[in-house]
Design a protein around this ligand. Structure first.
Ligand SMILES: O=C(O)CCC(=O)N[C@@H](CCC(=O)O)C(=O)O
Ligand SMILES: [Zn+2]
Length: 336
């Protein structure tokens, strides 16, 4: 296998490759761009016009998606997977990946869409670099742009695999992309309804990509991901990469559950209290009238929405950040 196929090994060792560019036997060019960043380019005659950004390890302890990208890269470097798409592989937070932690000083996934400019430290610099790498990758005209930012969650979930679909004023969510996600094993999609500071929102909003955060299961250390079944996603990604994806029925979302955001729960102060058991699962339902959280100055978050569910509850986030998302079921009537 070509040395550049070992991007994960290089990243874990904090090493630069001796050769920055290598060609596979198939004529696929692999180019190391920066720590944890590698571009794959098919021979011109085989290029099908898709630019695919695959990122993982934005949170350093979310290893199943990192292992998945590592396998895809190995296959490309061995010549077993023959890309027709241009691909940018990104391991988001190398320092945190080496430490096996979600982040070192601050959550990289709260530093996009300009937030890194109001901050400092290595993670703010990394968010800036990731924006630059993504912007440069998605700068070629007249090409399709697709970004999957792969994650695993802190806690268990009643719905194991799901996607979050960013929002932009005047832009409709695509039914075809949802059908693609369903085929890739996603059971639910959260349709966002306001701007956000996560990586997928940046590439959706500023770079015009179809972008998604994908949640694939529960976060575990390297080598302990047998419980995270990414086989449908892996098969789909290989098909997207090789340009062999089966036709998607435009209408059929095949039981995909859709949710929208009712409210984001923001932690305003150290007095913030979240009234949920520590082991509560994502997508747990909450009854109307339930006092979900309390904060400074007698602020209370009380459930008013029928069918409300909670995802990503986390009272340990820094003040000013999201400590959970309250979601409600929605329909497919506003899809493009
Ligand atoms: O399990 C959790 O609480 C968080 C899992 C995770 O890292 N999720 C992403 C979602 C990003 C998005 O909103 O699209 C995150 O919180 O950064
Ligand atoms: Zn994550």
């Amino acid at each position: 296998m070509l040395a550049l196929g070992k991007l994960l090994e290089l990243t874990l060792a904090g090493r630069e490759p001796a050769e920055k560019t290598q060609l596979t036997v198939e004529g696929v060019r692999m180019r190391w761009l920066s720590e944890g960043a590698l571009e794959v380019r098919p021979p011109e005659a085989r290029d099908n016009g898709l630019d695919l950004l695959l990122s993982a390890g934005i949170h350093g302890n979310e290893t199943a998606p990192i292992e998945l990208l590592d396998r895809l890269l190995h296959d490309i470097a061995r010549g077993d997977l023959k890309p027709r798409a241009r691909i940018l592989f990104l391991f988001g937070n190398p320092e945190a990946i080496r430490k096996g932690e979600r982040f070192v000083e601050q959550d990289v996934n709260r530093l996009f869409n300009g937030r890194h400019e109001q901050s400092s430290g290595s993670e703010a610099l990394r968010a800036c670099e990731l924006e630059r790498l993504a912007a440069s990758f998605f700068s070629l005209p007249d090409r399709q742009r697709l970004h999957y930012d792969l994650h695993t969650a802190i806690r268990g979930s009643k719905i194991e695999q799901f996607a979050l679909y960013p929002w932009k004023e005047g832009r409709q969510h695509s039914r075809l992309e949802l059908a693609r996600l369903r085929a890739a094993g996603m059971e639910a999609v959260l349709l966002q309804n306001k701007p956000s500071i996560v990586f997928s929102s940046y590439t959706y909003d500023k770079l015009g990509a179809e972008s998604f955060t994908l949640e694939l299961g529960k976060a575990r250390p390297f080598g302990q991901n047998a419980g995270v079944n990414v086989s449908l996603l892996e098969t789909r990604l290989k098909q997207i990469i090789e340009g062999t994806e089966p036709e998607m029925a435009e209408q059929g979302l095949d039981g995909l559950q859709l949710f929208s955001v009712a409210r984001e729960i923001i932690k305003h102060s150290d007095a913030f209290r979240l009234n949920l058991p520590a082991d509560i699962e994502n997508f747990s339902e909450l009854d109307v009238g339930y006092v979900l959280a309390e904060d400074l100055a007698n602020t209370r978050w009380i459930i008013e929405e029928q069918g409300a569910r909670i995802i990503f509850p986390n009272p340990k986030v820094k003040n000013g950040l999201r400590a959970g998302i309250l979601i409600v079921p929605t329909t497919d009537e506003n899809l493009a």
